[in-house]
Design a protein around this ligand. Sequence first.
Ligand SMILES: Cc1cc2nc3c(=O)[nH]c(=O)nc-3n(C[C@H](O)[C@H](O)[C@H](O)COP(=O)(O)OP(=O)(O)OC[C@H]3O[C@@H](n4cnc5c(N)ncnc54)[C@H](O)[C@@H]3O)c2cc1C
Ligand code: FES
Length: 238
Amino acid sequence: MFVICENTKIAKDVYKMTLSGDTSKITATGQFVNIKIEGKYLRRPISVCDFEDGSLTIIYKVVGEGTEILSRMKKGEELDILTGLGNGYDTGKSGENPLLIGGGVGVPPMYALCKKLISEGKKVKVILGFNKSDEVFYKEEFETLGAEVFVTTVDGSFGIKGFVTDVMPEDYTYFYTCGPEPMLKSVYEKTKTSGQFSFEERMGCGFGACMGCSCKTKYGDKRICKDGPVLLKEEIIW
Ligand SMILES: Cc1cc2nc3c(=O)[nH]c(=O)nc-3n(C[C@H](O)[C@H](O)[C@H](O)COP(=O)(O)OP(=O)(O)OC[C@H]3O[C@@H](n4cnc5c(N)ncnc54)[C@H](O)[C@@H]3O)c2cc1C
Ligand code: FES
């Protein structure tokens, strides 16, 4: 059980929630948690945005009933959350100058990853992509970590006009990305190095039992919830 410490709107339909509870099962950035929501049979998976001993931060977009219920919850209320789910990112492969690319609600898992890479002494560049200015969040937070940050919006109302793939630098050693599937596919085609992709597929059980999130890879079928959500560039079949 986790207790809500903060639940604040930070962009259009996007909320940041911090909670206190046992985070000891969270072992890697890029993992996700699965939240029980009152009146909903299936839990709702949300990426870990940040975690410390006893503290968890998630960022979620209101897209349906479950996330709408979450957005109305108040400080002091409790949530039943399964933690430490999924494989997470492997920072051992990053090289010295990793590139992080997040689109929309694919931005949150990039935050804990960026923090970890910077703590390991890496020089990190981050590209954050949104549709328009009222959707932009976490630019300053990434800058405060010490990353070089580029923001793109499709309509040009904030940052650089265009898609994340329009501002890709030449000099990066490896990449990590999370976002909507068309963006991931475009990143796959434009990147010249190896990298890791995080998928936010629809899920059933969320812990490997139902096969509801199974997808084909070059190394056989994988469950996004258990064997993912992070897949290597080399194994993906679009
Ligand atoms: C591993 C993982 C990590 C995720 N991390 C985040 C995160 O950090 N922040 C965040 O905002 N969301 C994240 N999601 C997506 C989030 O789980 C869904 O948006 C949420 O479950 C929707 O619940 P709901 O009851 O509000 O909407 P529902 O009523 O269940 O659905 C409303 C609408 O959203 C669509 N939808 C629901 N789930 C998804 C999905 N996974 N992908 C695309 N469309 C979906 C439905 O098709 C429907 O059109 C993640 C998903 C996964 C699998
Ligand atoms: S959601 Fe059940 S196996 Fe992945």
